[in-house]
Design a protein around this ligand. Structure first.
Ligand SMILES: Cc1cn([C@H]2C[C@H](O)[C@@H](COP(=O)(O)OP(=O)(O)O[C@H]3O[C@H](C)C(=O)[C@H](O)[C@H]3O)O2)c(=O)[nH]c1=O
Length: 187
């Protein structure tokens, strides 16, 4: 397993060893020790799985109460995955990092609590699976505009027109979110 600290502090890339043979492949997708090795002492309490068609963009989402850390990966397909530091008081506030996740290299990303998260599906279909460090709390589910001009996320749209949910189409720009509606940066 390669553990790579990304240029966005806190966001970590995991590159597992993939064992391919004539039957197919085998890959370990989670070890509790990986997170500790990466400097994150967290416990996961919920697993999620979403399936999306090409061009779907889910995000940018975050949870205000009990912010969720997420260990994300693509079980099938290919996506462009983005994390944004939106923690009020963070020295990296408003910075984003994007990475391709797919079912060839099986890379995973850990996104700490307090970051907004989203992804764009590049394959015909994508099964996106992830572990969360806190339970889903619908009342405190929040979002940031995926196309926020201040974030200027370089989504690999090419010929894609993003398909976003009605909810995701109406999230505010980060600059319009009051600080009390943002996760707090804890040094
Ligand atoms: C996230 C979640 C959703 N739901 C229910 C609520 C809705 O009735 C339905 C679809 O929810 P939503 O449209 O919020 O699903 P996504 O757009 O995939 O949201 C996720 O997408 C981005 C990329 C994330 O990082 C978050 O994990 C999460 O916000 O599932 C649950 O019951 N439990 C959950 O944990």
């Amino acid at each position: 397993m390669n553990i790579i600290q990304t240029p966005l502090p806190g966001v970590v890339l995991f590159e597992p060893r993939v064992f391919a043979d004539e039957r197919g492949f085998f890959v370990e997708t989670f070890r509790e020790t990986w997170l500790a090795e990466a400097g994150h002492h967290v416990r996961f309490v919920q697993d999620n799985h979403s399936r999306s068609r090409r061009g779907v963009l889910r995000g940018l989402h975050y949870q205000l109460n009990e912010p969720q850390g997420k260990l994300v990966r693509v079980a099938r397909g290919r996506v462009f995955d983005v994390a944004v530091d939106i923690r009020h008081g963070s020295p990296h506030f408003g910075r984003w990092h994007g990475v391709i996740l797919d079912d060839v290299h099986h890379r995973m990303v850990y996104i700490p609590p307090g970051f907004a998260h989203g992804f764009l599906v590049l394959s015909d279909e994508a099964d996106f699976v992830y572990k969360c460090t806190a339970y889903y709390d619908a009342p405190s589910d929040r979002g940031i505009a995926w196309d926020d001009p201040d974030l200027a996320i370089d989504w690999p749209l090419a010929d894609l027109t993003p398909q976003v949910s009605a909810k995701d189409a109406h999230h505010p720009r980060l600059c319009r979110v009051s600080p009390d509606q943002l996760p707090v940066y804890v040094r």
